[in-house]
Design a protein around this ligand. Structure first.
Ligand code: R5P
Length: 313
């Protein structure tokens, strides 16, 4: 988080310290949402949402929000179906007198289309940033996929703060694995792998990846020697189709390197990605943070949100 944005964010969430904080949990965010509520000492907001028979969305806020800082907790997996209900809830909270409405999105979607690769392609990360900035007063998220965009400030006009899961990934590795060798599957992953490696005190290697299509990647494995006693740990921010990880696992197998553990921050897991990965890597070898609810969740990110609020008070 840089200079001004931090100041704005601080202003937004702490100058109202005499006011209270009320958090509204979006459906499918209950487990992490409850943890964030208790870790941040927020009141739990009561509200209703349902579909009319014609599939339009009905929203009703039941809690008193006048003079309070409202938080909406919603991870942004499958965002297209969420954005309109989020807009309705945020608008209603403002209409009912909430001082501010902040979005807590443990996973921030639409970050990967950050360039016009072919003429006429929409840079959806930018458009999505504009849309969210028009509905919310601030954004708090975990490890957004910043690649060509260097910071959220470039695409969000509201204060937008990133939390980092690296210390939590490092703690999980230290508790569970002996002699880890960390592997980043592509250049973008270096930011996560290098931070985790530094905390764990392990070495890391970053591979060369070429994306050939939505579900096709090629990976170049450099010469990796003396790995017989090491546990390879492949770390990425997102697993989506799983093909990046599958390709790395295949390459490690070809080189007869020990079976790896797969670690990610955001288990997006489209279609049968996790099952396929577990078939290839082995059951229980795929571990994720709970930024998106999934059976592979073993790392709880709620302490990051608690720290963010403590820092702001
Ligand atoms: C891309 O740069 C990300 O860091 C991940 O490597 C990517 O999103 C993984 O996608 P998939 O699982 O579809 O290969």
């Amino acid at each position: 988080m840089q200079g001004n944005t931090w100041i704005h964010f601080t202003t937004l969430l702490s100058l109202n310290e005499c006011m209270s904080r009320i958090a509204f949990i979006f459906p499918q965010n209950e487990a992490l949402g409850e943890k964030i509520i208790s870790a941040t000492g927020s009141e739990k907001g009561r509200w209703l949402m349902r579909k009319f028979p014609d599939q339009e969305t009905y929203v009703r806020v039941l809690s008193e929000v006048m003079g309070k800082d409202a938080l909406i907790i919603s991870t942004l997996i499958h965002p297209d179906e969420k954005i309109l209900p989020l807009y309705f809830l945020a608008s209603q909270l403002k209409k009912m007198g909430a001082i501010s409405v902040s979005l807590l999105a443990p996973y921030l979607c639409y970050m990967r289309q950050d360039k016009e690769f072919n003429t006429g392609e929409a840079i959806t990360s930018g458009f999505f940033g504009k849309l969210v900035s028009s509905c919310f007063d601030s954004l708090l998220t975990v490890d957004p996929h910043l690649h060509r965009w260097r910071s959220l400030e470039e695409i969000y006009s509201i204060p937008a703060k990133e939390l980092h899961a690296a210390p939590l990934l490092a703690e999980w590795i230290s508790r569970n694995l002996k002699s880890p060798l960390l592997i980043g599957p592509d250049r973008e992953s270096e930011q996560w792998v290098s931070s985790v490696a530094k905390i764990v005190g392990a070495s890391y290697v970053v591979l060369e990846k070429q994306r050939l299509g939505d579900k096709r990647v090629s990976i170049l494995l450099p010469a990796m020697e003396n790995l017989r006693d090491k546990t390879p740990v492949i770390i990425d921010d997102i697993i989506s189709s799983g093909h990046t990880m599958l390709e790395v696992i295949k390459k490690l197998k070809e080189e007869k390197i020990n079976a790896p553990v797969i670690l990610c921050v955001h288990p997006v897991f489209s279609e049968a990605a996790c099952a396929e990965l577990e078939r290839s890597a082995g059951k229980g070898k795929v571990i994720s943070c709970n930024t998106i609810p999934h059976s592979s969740n073993q790392i709880d990110v709620s302490p990051l949100f608690a720290q963010a609020f403590v820092l702001n008070e």
